[in-house]
Design a protein around this ligand. Structure first.
Ligand SMILES: Nc1ncnc2c1ncn2[C@@H]1O[C@H](COP(=O)(O)OP(=O)(O)O)[C@@H](O)[C@H]1O
Ligand SMILES: [Mg+2]
Length: 270
């Protein structure tokens, strides 16, 4: 098996913690049955900041994110090979209890997926079963809804059903629910693709606000959005990394022809 060249994203932030990548992949592949969807990729994603994962439909972006918090384990057809370290621990053997991994690596999907329960209960969903005083729960709800830029819109109706919210609000509620677990890494799979532009901007702003404290990997098809919010960019096509690097490099003349074509024409011929 040939190995892709080692592509290392260089972080502008040279604080000691940032020196250790949040995620480190070496010769990593993901399959559905016999089909290799992610093919032998080698990539470091730095701690903190926003890494936008871009590429055409079918490139394997969602499969990569789903592999990283082991959601695909529920799919008997799905498998992975190669090396993947998450926060310095092996993705499989370092997290014998998958809930430990999911506590550290939160995920939000393209279509908001709220539960038919109250707004508060949705925020606290991941903490259910944990005994905490009511006052602490209220505090968590407020903190997470504020961090998800939703508090001002829902603070007077926390007991209302989450289903009464607009799609854009539901997506921010999903982010609040992920934040309640205090994740170190947040995986966002096209979180603004199915919502209105105003909510999309609110999510962009909250992603930028959160990024100094956590590692955010966000799939997006929106090149203008990538330019606005990313610190780093990974361009994936046909299961392989075409190019990865700091935003300033990717959006410059120094980037590869293929990358520049995708950024300007949203077209890739690999
Ligand atoms: N559950 C699945 N079972 C089989 N094949 C899948 C499954 N999910 C995605 N695929 C295939 O994997 C490839 C990559 O899909 P995906 O990761 O969703 O790409 P992207 O998110 O970049 O659009 C596609 O060819 C898709 O058909
Ligand atoms: Mg996808």
């Amino acid at each position: 098996m040939s190995h892709a060249p080692h592509l290392k994203i260089i972080s502008d932030n040279d604080a000691p913690l940032a020196a250790m990548p949040a995620i480190s992949l070496k010769g990593f592949s993901a399959y559905y049955g016999e089909n290799c969807i992610i093919s032998d990729i080698t990539l470091d994603i730095p701690r903190r900041g926003v890494t936008c994962l871009i590429g055409p439909s079918g490139a394997g972006k969602s499969t990569l994110l789903r592999s990283l918090n082991r959601i695909n384990e529920h799919n008997a057809q799905a498998s992975v090979s190669g090396k993947a370290d998450v926060l310095g621990r092996d993705l499989a053997s370092g997290y014998p209890d998958v809930t430990d991994l999911r506590r550290k690596v939160g995920m939000v999907f393209q279509t908001p997926c709220v539960f038919p329960r109250s707004i508060s209960e949705n925020v606290l969903f991941g903490l259910r079963g944990q005994k905490r005083p009511k006052s602490e729960k209220r505090e968590i709800v407020e903190r997470c809804l504020k961090a998800a830029a939703l508090w001002d819109e829902v603070s007077r109706r926390l007991s209302d059903s989450a289903l009464s919210l607009s799609l854009g609000q539901q997506q921010r509620l999903c982010i609040a629910r992920a934040l309640a677990m205090s994740p170190e890494i947040l995986l966002l799979d096209e979180p603004t693709a199915s919502i209105d532009p105003v909510s999309a901007r609110a999510i962009e702003n909250l992603v930028m606000d959160l990024s100094p404290q956590m590692t955010i990997i966000m799939v997006t098809h929106n090149i203008a959005q990538t330019k606005r919010i990313s610190d780093h960019v990974v361009f994936l096509c046909d299961g392989k990394i075409v190019e990865a690097g700091a935003k300033t490099d990717i959006f410059s003349r120094r980037s590869l022809d293929k990358t520049r074509t995708y950024l300007t024409e949203e077209f890739c011929d690999c």
